[in-house]
Design a binder for this molecule. Structure first.
Ligand SMILES: [Zn+2]
Length: 158
């Protein structure tokens, strides 16, 4: 055993030292929406690089098909196309999601960012140098952080 290198992260469940950052986002392709993800290892320096990328295959739509052959129902609402929603590329980032997981057992790890609006570097809560007062929570964790009193005062709430 070499204890020379102090690890910033040690998983309390499996003892692993690696973290994986995953970024999920949508691509609007005509009427369909594709979901993609990319992921890579988070280094002790809080930097990461996406090393893998893939499209997520979702089969949820298959379930929606109606299988009733016996009845025939006239449905006026079907004749109107309702795909008028405009996707503004500037707000598209709001559908993005980020996750940090243990690279070994896949346990979800809470994290924040060095800058608001999910910018800057990633600060996992379980890193040994984590300081909530120097972090902005990822939106998923705002409520949890608030309960712990981790939110900064003077944090401008829109
Ligand atoms: Zn683990």
């Amino acid at each position: 055993m070499n204890e020379h290198q102090p690890w910033k992260f040690t998983c309390k469940k499996c003892g692993g030292h690696e973290l994986t950052v995953t970024h999920l986002w949508n691509i609007e392709a005509g009427t369909a929406s594709e979901r993609w993800r990319e992921w890579g290892t988070l280094k002790d320096s809080h930097h990461w690089q996406y090393e893998f990328k893939e499209k997520i295959e979702e089969h949820a739509d298959d379930e929606v098909q109606r299988g009733d052959f016996g009845e025939f129902e006239e449905d006026d609402s079907d004749s109107e196309p309702e795909d008028y929603e405009i996707n503004e590329s500037e707000t598209e980032r709001e559908s993005d999601e980020f996750f940090v997981n243990c690279g070994n057992c896949d346990r979800e790890i809470e994290f924040g960012w060095t800058e608001p609006d999910r910018r800057g570097l990633i600060l996992p809560v379980e890193f040994s140098d984590f300081n909530p007062l120097a972090s902005w929570p990822d939106p998923k964790y705002v409520d949890a952080w608030q309960q712990r009193g981790w939110l900064r005062t003077g944090n401008s709430q829109p």
